[in-house]
Write a protein that binds this ligand. Sequence first.
Ligand code: GN1
Ligand code: MG
Length: 362
Amino acid sequence: MENDISTILSQFPFEGKLIEIQPINEGLINTTLVADFGEKKYVIQKINTNVFKNPDNLMDNIVSVTEYLKKSIEAEGGNADRQTLRFLKTVDGKPFYIDEDGECWRSYVYLDNSYTISSGCSLDEIYEAARAFGKFQYLLGDFPGNELFETIPNFHHTPTRYDNLMKAVEENKAGRLDEVQEEINFFKDRKHNTSVVTSLLKSGELPVRVTHNDTKINNVLFDGDTKKAICVIDLDTIMPGSSLYDFGDGIRTSATFGEEDDEENIGLNVEAFEAYVKGFLDGTDGKLFPKEIELLPFSVILLTQEVAMRFLTDYLDGDVYFKTSFDKHNLVRTRAQIKLIKDVESKMPQLIEITKAACRRS
Ligand code: GN1
Ligand code: MG
């Protein structure tokens, strides 16, 4: 890699002399490195083109969204260098470099004195993460969503995710079907959940917004001194969608005990749910419609069910999509997420009450 990496590094106008380069082992899709050039650090990412089949359009989305955010942040008197990502053009003026193996590489400026969290955040950090994702949506409120390319078609179309699971069951590519009957039945019993949001979007009862669509807690950067959320990262899936996708997935990964594959400890932290609701309502600043607010608690089930079905589909297909760290990782993730769904279902009346109370306050 070291040899190849020097060719890749030479394609970007980095300032300074390379001191070291380190991988970041977060994220289940792209490969991420941080290159320390002394004065400045840069993030270098290999785009997973198995997942993102059209990197040209993907980078067009990211460039137009980050440029738009920069203007909006500056108009509010904010610091755009710290509150949104700044992608570098290659020495040839392109948004990414294609190496001789056809791999696509991009780079953005690393934000100094920042950190990410993958689990175990404080209530303040949870509030902050939610506020940041809500604000992100708020700032993109007037962004022309129809100009965005759909980087992964049907990404949050949960009925399609269900159909994909059923197809994987039928094909049984990796011969693992026998061991997952209980999990399949769990999803069959909850098929009715899958179309709730897509139907309301179609009928116009829920608004289509420009959303982040991958609001995992580790996609927020926090400031090392203030512990405030400063910037939202991982912009590959910005597409038209529902605020409920961002809320539900945010709760799934931040308002919970244990990581997403921690079958033993996973569960919904009700206090953290409350902090997240407040943060999201503050970030979106009165822009959410009553129907969206009403469905906030349900969205936690929906988004958890969706990703759980995706993990199981990938397990049945032979682990071809998500990065895995051990043999049955996708199955363990599925089981942990099922446990989380059951826990959220049992706490639903409480979550509805908390959401109502948070609305009265805001
Ligand atoms: C992937 O790359 P990362 O880890 O931020 C995935 C999300 C899943 C998540 C599950 C493009 O996100 O949709 O919710 O893993 N991203 C893509 O951990 O599929
Ligand atoms: Mg990520």
